[in-house]
Ligand binder design. Structure first.
Ligand SMILES: NC(=O)c1ccc[n+]([C@@H]2O[C@H](COP(=O)([O-])OP(=O)(O)OC[C@H]3O[C@@H](n4cnc5c(N)ncnc54)[C@H](O)[C@@H]3O)[C@@H](O)[C@H]2O)c1
Ligand SMILES: [Zn+2]
Ligand SMILES: [Zn+2]
Length: 378
């Protein structure tokens, strides 16, 4: 590899400040250090968590930053101590690690890992360290990734090797949105056959949750969104009933309770809104209802009446669908290749990295499910 061990100069979209368009810049990407992998990003998509960093969290200490964490690429070079990857491997970088060695990785109960950015930087959505510089300044990597760049460097614990036949411009979506929603239904909620579910928010995460509920055998799946344009897509993934809270003058939990003889068995909040998290909990049936927080926010506390839980409901959260990513992500890629998992249906737009601001605007205005940006030629 002609570039191994050298700094790579390439194009990346830099978020210099909150609330401002990203700027395509020439950046320097340092070689991978011990236990790191440098990846040529072939395709990346935009997930709402990138918008959270840019428009909602807006913590100035989290800038400048390279956003993007739903991607697929090819290993360019590896740092000392890396044996699992070789140049040329097809990989998906991930925003949670799976070191296989820590207390959490050793437990079958969780996919949380002690390694990586998360324990260091929920406030700024990035760790303090970065391999990017631009105009002499350090540029952070969102959630240890930073895939709105032709090259990035990621800790090997947060990289999954995938089937070499996988089309990278499709399976990039499995790196965040699809594994998150699908896993939240099958792994975290543990939806049962014959059950009734409600999914709040029909972006890629919510639609993947609908797909997970259907795969788990749910009999009725209520798709809830304030944007009725999303309902048609929800049908494609298996939703059976469609509810727009704006069509009712009573709480949506009451509407759902009336439609389901007391509430759904499972509800999943896929928006990142603490009010809706409460509604989703209250939409569950007493006795055994399970509600899962999937939407991301660290800005507000949530609230609920204790009686909701005392009466037998369970409130849980799910990070990347509960998958231990090194195994779970390649398995989902395989399921897609075996035509057991829908992926193409999430892609509503294809663009190039220099159109990243258009892709962000589409999501901000609810006009897309996922936009895939082609970044580097394969
Ligand atoms: N937990 C995780 O591991 C994880 C991973 C990825 C994304 N996320 C989070 O999941 C959420 C969804 O991500 P996405 O990429 O699908 O986003 P998106 O913006 O594409 O979709 C959000 C949907 O919610 C709908 N919505 C907004 N407010 C609503 C309301 N009050 N009631 C009903 N519907 C409403 C919107 O119309 C939209 O269809 C975000 O919060 C994102 O940060 C979490
Ligand atoms: Zn994401
Ligand atoms: Zn670990």
């Amino acid at each position: 590899m002609a570039t191994a061990g050298k700094v790579i100069k390439c194009k990346a979209a830099v978020a210099w400040e909150p609330n401002k368009p990203l700027v395509i810049e020439d950046v320097e990407v340092a070689p991978p250090q011990a236990n790191e992998v440098r990846i040529k990003i072939v395709a990346t998509s935009v997930c709402h968590t990138d918008l959270y960093q840019l428009f909602e969290c807006k913590n100035k200490d989290g800038f400048p930053i390279i956003l993007g964490h739903e991607a697929a690429g090819i290993v360019e070079s590896v740092g000392p101590g890396v044996t699992e990857f070789q140049p040329g491997d097809k990989v998906i970088p991930l925003c949670i690690s799976n070191c296989r060695e820590c207390r959490f990785c050793k437990s079958p109960k969780t996919n949380q890992c002690d390694r990586g950015w998360a324990s260091l930087g929920y406030d700024i959505m990035a760790g303090p360290d970065s391999r990017f510089t631009c105009k002499g300044k350090k540029v952070l990597q969102v959630m240890g990734n930073g895939t709105f760049s032709q090259y990035t460097v990621v800790d090997q614990a947060a990289v999954a090797k995938i089937d070499p036949s996988a089309p990278l411009d499709k399976v990039c979506l499995i790196g965040c949105g699809i594994c998150t929603g699908y896993g939240a239904a099958v792994n975290t909620a543990k939806v049962e056959p014959g059950s009734t579910c409600a999914v709040f928010g029909l972006g890629a995460v919510g639609l993947a949750a609908v797909m997970g509920c259907k795969a788990a055998g749910a009999k009725k799946i209520f798709a809830v969104d304030i944007n009725p344009e999303k309902f048609e897509k929800a049908k494609v993934f298996g939703a059976t009933d469609f509810v727009n809270p704006k069509d009712y003058d009573k709480p949506i939990s009451q509407v759902l309770a009336e439609m389901t003889n007391g509430g759904v068995d499972y509800s999943l909040e896929c928006i990142g809104n603490v009010e809706v998290m409460r509604s989703a909990l209250e939409s569950c049936v007493k006795g055994w209802g399970v509600s899962v927080l999937v939407g991301w926010t660290d800005l507000h506390d949530f609230a609920a009446r204790p009686i909701q839980l005392i009466a037998g409901r369970t409130w849980k959260g799910s990070d990347l669908g509960g998958y231990k990513v090194k195994d779970g992500v390649p398995e989902l890629v395989k399921a897609y290749l075996d035509k057991k998992l829908k992926v193409d249906e999430f892609i509503t737009h294809n663009m190039t990295l220099d159109q990243v601001n258009d892709a962000i605007e589409l999501m901000k205005h609810g006009k897309c499910i996922r936009t895939v940006l082609s970044v580097s030629p394969q």
